[in-house]
Design a protein around this ligand. Structure first.
Ligand code: G6P
Length: 372
C-alpha cells in the first residue's frame, strides 16, 4: 500500500508522531489489558526459567534497543544478557554458554550481518528468536520464535517508530521473563503491565516537548560536535540520540556514559560543544546532575532533558545563561526509555530541518543493508 506523508513535512516527522499508536499496537500483541498480564500465546512459545543467558545481536538502532532491554532483563528478570553488533559477533568465534537464547532484533528482518549471526547461532544449536517488524522477512522465517513489532511500514531511513516498537516488545518480554523466573509476583506483573500500557499516553504527552525543542535546535544546527550523556538505560539512549543526529544532520555526535565523562570526553568540552544530558528523575539523577556541573564549570553549553527542572542545579555565569532545560513528562523508570526517545528524535529532526539536509533519505545511508 502506498504510504503518504499527509500533513507532515517528512516521513520521519510523521513516524515520530505515530509512536503512541505503533507502541500501543505492539504492546497489545504482548499484554492482556483485562487480565493485566503477559498474553498466554506469548508465554506459550518460551520458558525463560529454562534460559541461562540471552545473546542479543543487531545493527544500528536495533542494537541500541537491545542494549536498553539488557538493563531491564538483568534487573527485573535476573537474566544475564550480552548485546553485540552482528558484524562483530559473526566473525569473532564467540564462546557459547549452554542454555543461551539468541535474539536477533531487526526492523527489516533482512540485515545481512544480523541474519548471518542468527544463522550461525542456529548452527551452534542455540534456541533462536527474532524481534522483527517485517513479519514475512527471512529472520522471521528462520528463527525458532518470531516476536513481532507492529510499527507498520517505516519509510524514513533513520529509524524511530520501529525503535520504540522494539522497546515495547522487549520490555513486555522482560515482564514475561521476570514472572516465569519467579522474580516478580502476579501482583507485580500486573503493575508492570499497567505501567507499560500507560506508555503510549506518555509518549503522546512527550510530543508537546516539540515547541521547547525547536527553541534549542537552531543553535544545535550550528555545532560541529555534540555530546550526549546518560546513565543506566539512558546511556544506550544517549548513543541512539547521537546516532540519530549523525544520520540526518551530519553533525558529529558522540554518546557517553555520564560517569565516563572524566575519563576523556571532558577534554572536548568548551563553549562550542553542546552537551545533551538525558536525566529522568531516577536513582541516578543526582549523579548526572553533578556531571552537568562539571560540564558547566568548563564552559560547556548544556541542554538538559528531565522531568524535574526544579532539581537542575543552579549554574552561575555563562553556563547558567546558556543552560537549556527541556521538560519531559514524569513516568515510571521502567518506561523512561520509551518516553525519552521522543525528545531525542525531535532534537535530531529539527536540527536537520534547520540544516536543510535530506531528512528521509540521508546521504550514504540505506534503509536496509542486505549486502555486507
Ligand atoms: C540501517 C538503517 C538503520 C537500522 C539498521 C539496522 O543502517 O539505516 O536505521 O537501524 O540498518 O536495520 P534493521 O532492519 O536490521 O533493524
Amino acid at each position: 500500500a502506498l504510504v503518504e506523508k499527509g500533513s507532515f513535512r517528512h516521513f520521519m516527522e510523521k513516524e515520530v508522531h505515530e509512536q503512541p499508536e505503533s507502541c500501543q499496537r505492539t504492546l497489545s500483541a504482548y499484554l492482556d489489558p483485562v487480565a493485566c498480564a503477559v498474553r498466554d500465546d506469548i508465554k506459550a512459545g518460551i520458558d525463560f526459567s529454562q534460559i541461562v543467558r540471552i545473546q542479543i545481536i543487531a545493527c544500528g538502532t536495533a542494537f541500541y534497543a537491545g542494549s536498553i532491554a539488557r538493563y531491564a532483563f538483568e534487573k527485573l528478570a535476573g537474566l544475564p544478557v550480552d548485546v553485540e553488533v552482528a558484524s562483530e559477533f559473526r566473525y569473532r568465534t564467540p564462546a557459547i554458554t549452554p542454555g543461551t537464547l539468541a535474539v536477533a532484533v531487526s526492523q527489516s528482518g533482512e540485515t545481512a550481518d544480523t541474519l548471518a549471526a542468527l544463522r550461525w547461532c542456529k548452527e551452534q544449536g542455540m534456541h533462536t528468536a527474532a524481534v522483527v517488524n517485517v513479519h514475512s522477512s527471512t529472520m522471521a522465517r528462520e528463527a525458532d520464535l518470531m516476536w513481532p513489532t507492529h510499527a507498520g511500514p517505516e519509510i524514513g531511513v533513520a529509524s524511530t517508530k520501529a525503535f520504540t516498537a522494539q522497546l515495547s516488545a522487549l520490555l513486555s518480554l522482560v515482564v514475561c521473563a521476570a514472572r516465569q523466573r519467579s522474580r516478580i509476583t502476579a501482583h507485580e506483573e500486573a503493575h508492570l503491565v499497567q505501567v507499560l500500557l500507560g506508555a503510549p499516553g506518555l509518549i503522546a504527552e512527550a510530543m508537546a516537548m516539540d515547541a521547547e525543542i525547536t527553541r534549542v535546535t537552531y543553535d544545535l544546527s550550528k555545532a560541529r560536535d555534540v555530546i550526549y550523556l546518560g546513565r543506566g538505560d539512558m546511556y544506550p539512549l544517549a548513543l541512539e540520540g547521537a546516532l540519530k543526529l549523525k544520520e540526518i544532520s551530519y553533525i558529529h555526535a558522540e554518546g557517553y556514559a555520564a560517569g565516563e565523562l572524566k575519563h576523556g570526553p571532558i577534554a572536548l568540552i568548551d563553549e562550542n560543544t553542546p552537551v545533551v544530558v538525558i536525566a529522568p528523575d531516577d536513582a541516578l539523577f543526582e549523579k548526572t546532575a553533578s556531571n552537568v556541573q562539571e560540564v558547566a564549570a568548563r564552559g560547556g553549553r548544556v541542554i538538559m532533558i528531565t522531568n524535574v527542572p526544579e532539581k537542575v542545579p543552579a549554574l552561575s555565569g555563562d553556563a547558567g545563561k546558556s543552560l537549556k532545560v527541556i521538560t519531559a513528562p514524569s513516568c515510571d523508570a521502567f518506561i523512561a526509555p520509551l518516553v525519552y526517545s521522543v525528545p531525542i528524535q525531535l532534537l535530531a529532526y529539527h536540527t536537520a530541518v534547520h540544516k536543510g539536509t535530506d531528512v528521509d533519505q540521508p546521504r550514504n545511508l540505506a534503509k536496509s543493508v542486505t549486502v555486507e
